[in-house]
Every structure is written in C-alpha cells, then in structure tokens.
Design a binder for this molecule. Sequence first.
Ligand code: B12
Length: 370
Amino acid sequence: MVSEPHSIKNLFKDPLDLMRDTELKAHLKAIKLEQSFDLVSATALTKPMTIEFYKNWIAGGQHGDMNYLETHLPTKEDPTILHESLRSAITVGFHYFPAIRPYETKIPARAALYAQNEDYHFWLKEKLTAAIVYFKEKYPNEHFLQYVDSGPVLERDLAYQAGLGWFGKNTCIIHSQKGSLFFLAEILTSLEVTEKLPLHEDLCKNCTKCIDICPTDALSGDKQLNANKCISYLTIESKTVAPVELRAKIGDWFFGCDMCQTVCPWNQKRLNVLLPDDSKKSQQLVTTLSQEKEQELENFFRTILESSNKKIQKMFYGTPMLRSGGFGLKRNAMVVIANRRMTNLKPLIEPYVQDAKLAELARWTLEQLT
Ligand code: B12
C-alpha cells in the first residue's frame, strides 16, 4: 500500500550527508547548527506515502475520540490546502531526552519522558521561527509556515520521506543513530525541493520487544497502534475514563507512557548512558519507590485531589500536563492510586463518588483500596 518512489539505503546516515543539492544542504546545516536540531532534512510535499494507512485507521475507529484527526484528513492528504504556494517540507527532529527544557518542579508521578520538558509546542516553535528568519533573509519572496504536532500535517510521514528515520513497529520514527526519543516539527515552504533522499531502511527486523511489552496490547502488529488501548491516549488525549478492563494495565503511568520506546534497542545507547536506573525501572508496570518517594507521590496526589480544576490548570500552566486538564489529571491520579494501593488516600477519593464525571471511577478506586 506504500508507494515508494525513493530508494531505501539510508542506513546509519544523517540525511544531510546524503543530500546532493549543495545550496539547500548548506542552509539546512546552518539551521541545524544554530538551533541545535538533531536531525534536519527536506522533502517535496507530495501526497503522503502512508495516507491510505491513515484513512483505514480512522475508518476503523482506532483514533478513539480524537475527532480532530478526522477533520485533518483532507489537509493531511493535500497540504496545499493550507496555502496554495506550498511545495516542500523542511522537517526536523529534536530530542526530548534528556530533558532540554525541564520545568522547575519535577513531578513525583510517573510521566512520559517528553512530558518532563516545558510544553514543546511553544519553545520548539520559537526555534522554527528563528529558522524561518534565516530562510526569509535568503529567500525573501518565498513562503514559510511552521508546524509542531498540533497542525493538520502527517508529521511522521514527512519525516520518513525526508530520511529522518523509519516507521518502527511501535509506529514511532526511529533513526539508527538518534533512536526515537525526539519530537518532529516542520517548516512547510514554497521552495522547491526536487531531490528524493533515500528512505531509512526499516531496521526493526525480527524484533518485537515493543509489541510484547505493551501492557494494554495497544500494538496489534507491525506499525499498528490502536489508540483506544494506548496508555498515552488513555492518560492524555481521552476525554473519558478508561474502560475497567484496562485500568489495572495502566500501572502507575500518570501521564503518557514510554514503554514501547524505552524497551527499543535503538534507544538503549542514550538511555543507558543517561538514565541507568530509571530506564530499567520503566520496564515495570508499577514502579518500586523508596518510602520517601512514595510519600512525595502521596502528597502530590493529595494536592491534585484537593484542588479545583481551575487551580490545577494554573499549577500545570506551561507544562504538557495542562493538556489533560483538572478532570484528566484527577482521573489519572485515581487509577495510579488504585494500582499502587495507596490506601492513605481513601478519604480523598470518597467525595468524588458524587462527582458528575468521576463517580464510577471513584467507586472502582475505593473497591481496589479495600
Ligand atoms: C494522535 C497522536 C498520538 C495518539 C495516536 C498515536 C499514533 N501512533 O498515531 C496518541 C495519543 C496515542 C499518541 C501517543 C504518542 N505520541 Co503522538 N502524535 C499524534 C499526532 C498528533 C498525530 C499522529 C497520527 O496522525 N496518527 C495516525 C496514525 C495512523 O499514525 P501511526 O499510528 O503513526 O501510523 C502510521 C504508521 O503505522 C505507517 N504505516 C503503517 N503500516 C505501514 C507499512 C509500511 C511499509 C510503512 C512504511 C508505514 C506504515 O502509516 C501510518 C500513517 O502514517 C502526531 C503529530 C502529527 N501532527 O502528526 C503526534 C506524534 C506522532 N506523537 C509523538 C509522540 C512523541 C508520542 C508519544 C511518544 C508520547 C508519549 N510518550 O506518551 C506516544 C507514542 C505512542 C506510539 N507508539 O505512537 C511524536 C512522534 C515522534 C517520533 N519520533 O515518532 C509526534 C510526531 C508529535 C511530535 N510533533 O513530535 N500520539
């Protein structure tokens, strides 16, 4: 189903090393250096190679209640809807581990590695803006539009086409040197990019570690993720409470999940050097904590359960956790409290039995604590 006009031989290579267009390459190298991007490349803005997979995924309801993914379909298929002049995409990868923009108070609950940075939608956009200033100086008559995550752009497909990595079995874009713990972002432009860089060869081969470790079986096969079951969806994007059969499987993940990435052999180099203990812990569904850390976690959940949703929004302003809002973070706290059997917090759960949206989950949590 994937149309592949490119050759596939980008093995262990920085895509810029493969680029023959010397003018473009010089500019991309300059912005890479100035903005400390890990990966930079460019590709023509044609119909995405994997759009049929996207369509089938949506048609199969695998996107849960992320309705915006349905709305985005026409624009993802034809990005010139955004602006008729658009011809190409400059696509970048920027690592989020180790945290490059950690926020002041590290939260004691288990959160995905990307969420340990300030909200990247702001600071990564600033980097793209600076790169656009650079390009505008060189090409004042061309158009440049920046996108980070939330736009109607099929980011992984563009990254794949530009040689930034391959689609891993966990669906993440993985690069043989950089792993997958990086954000993607793009500058869509009217500049013409005609060169087709070789695609990065799929190096997952026979490995199925990500599929095997996923506690909720969200990965149903090679490059197939059912968001309805993904812990990341259940704790970040979902607007409802996780189905009962999945709650225990969420373990003590409070916000997002990284298990399909921390188990990946292509991330081990980075993880082992920089996070020797925690990377091992992250293979556990419920992590073992020292008494002191357990107390910190208890205090943290106390604050969440005792605060109004408005106050929670203020507390998490500027962090990715704001995305879940007060309802979402209270929901996530209850699941972790149940799975860690944090019985001291029972009295704080009890009032939620009257809550319009959290009553059923509160009752379930109390049952787990008896
Ligand atoms: C919706 C969304 C989610 C959803 C759905 C995830 C998903 N896999 O789609 C949820 C909330 C679950 C989620 C979770 C995460 N997300 Co997210 N998410 C997005 C978002 C907004 C849209 C993704 C999308 O369009 N999905 C549609 C489905 C169909 O895509 P897909 O599952 O990747 O499927 C593709 C492949 O399977 C491929 N394919 C299928 N079969 C075949 C066969 C062949 C031969 C080939 C070549 C390809 C192929 O085609 C499909 C379509 O492209 C993007 C940003 C964006 N604008 O693109 C970020 C994005 C994908 N997420 C990102 C991140 C960091 C995460 C998390 C790691 C966060 C976390 N730790 O909690 C997890 C990872 C979970 C996972 N394994 O994917 C990064 C990924 C960076 C990278 N290196 O890949 C992105 C790009 C955001 C960003 N700007 O950095 N995310």
